[in-house]
Write a protein that binds this ligand. Sequence first.
Ligand code: SF4
Length: 943
Amino acid sequence: MTVQLTIDGRLHSAEPRQSVLDAARSGGIEIPTLCHHPDLSVVGTCRLCVVEIDGYTRQMTACSTPVADGMVVRTESPQLSHSRRFVLEMLLARFAAAEKPGYASGERDKAESEFERWVRRYDAHRPYDVIAPRCQVDSDANPFIRVDWNKCIHCTRCVRACEEIQGRMVWHLAQRGANLEVVAGMGESMLDARCESCGACAAYCPTGALADRMSYGGGPPDRLVTTTCGYCGVGCQFDLNVKDERVIGVTSNPAAAVNGMSLCVKGRYGYDFLDHRERLTQPQVRAYLLEGRAKPATLDAESWVAVDWPTALDLVARRFVAVRQEFGGDALAVLSSAKCTNEENYLLQKFARGVLGTHNVDHCARLCHSSTVAGLAMCYGSGAMSNSMDDVAEQSAAMLIIGSNTTEQHPVFGAMIRQAVLRRGLKLVVADPRRIDITEFAALHVRQRPGTDVALLNGLMHLILQNGWHNERFIRQRCEGFDEFAASLARYTPAYVAALTGVSETQLNQAAELLATNCPMAVLWSMGITQHTTGVMNVLALGNLQMLLGNIGIAGGGVNPLRGQNNVQGACDMGALPNVFPGYQAVTDPAALAKFSVAWKTQCAGDDSARSPARTVESVSTPGLTVTEIIRAAGARKLRGLYIVGEDPAMTEPDSNHARAMLAAAELVVLQEIFPSETSVYADVLLSGAAFAEKDGTFTNTERRVQLVRQAIDPPGDAWADWRITSALAQRILELEGRRAVGPHAGWNYEHPAEIMAEVAALTPSYAGVSHERLARGERLQWPVHDANHPGTPILHVDKFTRGRGKFHVVEHLNAAELPDAEFPLLLTTGRVLYHWHGGELTRRAAGLAAIYPQTLVEVNYEDAARAGLADGDVVRVSSRRGEMIAQAAVSDRVAAGVVFGNFHFPGNANVNNLTIAAVDPVAKIPEYKVCAVRLERVETAE
Ligand code: SF4
């Protein structure tokens, strides 16, 4: 039922709940606003949007007046212009910008603010050309947001954005009347008021009172380039602001599919690494390689020599060909990169399989979600997130977040969940050993001991069955293996589970009831679940839970593993894994082998077996080595050459002292990177690659959404896009081996990543309908996309599971590989922090991020700190059986007594991976980063 109203003499239809403003804007009519923004609640205070409505004796605010049938509205008239000019001049009277608005100003960072635009449009004037600032200009030390309350017009958009978009509530109105002001917290600095520096307040501010400090004063950009964030798997899109061929800022793009205007601190302000002085700008090789000397025992004294691309590529190609000829393709391995595009990952696995002749290709998914992929494939047939972030945030009645520090690691999605709690009463249960930020929004926080997730989940399911809260119909119609599974839960009584997990019986009952009696319920997890020797079992237990409750195939439910890096989902989809071709087509499947062998025929070494002893693709039927196996095999010289793209194993492998020793012993390490890294210390060749802003392609986010990455600037110096480097290397190897690369999917003469995606689509059923053209048209595609007309699949397993029937698995609690003992009495668990990303290669080179979080912190509970004689801020040595790290102690109750938390963002003796254990899950081969035994000692420092 719509209503009909007349606006400016023309008939318009509107929804009954729409405002006059919305109805007018839907009809293409512009009404000026300041306090109003479509993303924010309506306050109707500035009165700039006044309109005339027949039957009303006074002018009405269009933003807060609902439409009515037969209503007659005028949006422009001399009286309205007079009123609007009056409003603007009242605001101008207190707008103490350094210069008069509307005039050229050296300090302006945008072409024109919203406020300036309306001042110009209504020819408003203030009584004085320049008025003195009322308060300090640039009054907060936040490295990202410049605060100048002299420009504040009290529209409260910043206050509402902080509360309604970010769920943080940093800003408040204080005082009354002429003294009214916006303040952070209780009048403290933004960071002290727990600001997360997401920049939403500045993005919504219409005057520049809150502005982006990093681009302030730089003048308007030359162009905006819409692209996808290069940090986390949420997949936010934004506009890179480019001026003089540099990225000078990031601004929200309201049309962004996932995030709209919302961004986190890394996405909005973590771009300055792009022109950091340490960028690699041309290929380099170790001197011994150029001088024809044998590789020395250590590379410490070996200098780097800058070379041109033909020299570097020829040298690497000749070495790889020599290894293939002497030892076969399986003596080589490729580490692909979740930071790189889909197209680049596709080429890297094609290079490994089709050019080198090996399935030894893997990437960091091994270290984060390989257990998710394996576990979900076992129970549902597909290893990906089943639902979409928006349906989970908007339609879940309850949610279990387990092992995910969502607001720090997937901040924009974390903010959406905060909003779901605040706005519509989502019942949130957080299961996490730490009191992470999202627990403030939880109806219940259960604090299980690290490594006891199976016991906890089995205990919850025991109670669900006992109370008859399970979904019998769903189980019988769509699942198998239930009876044996149900019987296996018998021993997970509340008393038994409480003893194992440390969670009280009362809390177990509360959690079970909350999760089971509010439908749909979504489960979210991340590495707190996966990085265990029981990682696959943890995932199977979550799969069991959602089948038990029938929360699969419906909006607001599902299994929702949150993928870490920007394109870790895509790198898996593209087959940068040792056991699958693109689209999870198993290398052990003869049909898949034949398909790719035929498609890449000229790349298959076996096509010319007389010239090359390397194995053919047809004959390679067993999966290759995983990341951790590759590093160890290289150290043992079972592998004779590594091609590492955008990964930093010296930093991110568990037990990194051992990993470094292995890399040091390797015969040949070719590293393709954008910065020198911990791993480049062990590299023989450095190939200078490109960052996300410097190349075209696509990323696939955590919810299987494929999105365009657009080149905004050129790579620095003589750096190349990674797809171009791999293609050139492949061509050189084929040339040296006398192999011809022709055929629709066999060649390597790509001119643009769109051609590579066309090849992916032709060979990968789940990407069959994905193309750069569709994405450029704004189509929103989540795989599977079956053909060029298919709209994509926002929810998986709707009518049936990918494998047919969902399969319940019996999973039992097992202890972690190493538990605290008398020598190492504390349990170490690891993770990341808001201001850094993974090995910190990018974020430590982003000035503002590094300023806010400049060094590693180790979280210690009060009790353990007291026992070790530690105070907050003291320097502490944390030791395990494998190594030690030195860091600053952050003493609080954020971790429970007996647990210590560290991050892996800082190198050298600040890296928590010096301590972690290389024990792996037997199926997924994921290391147990989340549990090992350590001890603490205070380090005496000179004052
Ligand atoms: Fe980038 Fe993730 Fe932040 Fe979004 S939430 S801006 S994708 S880092």
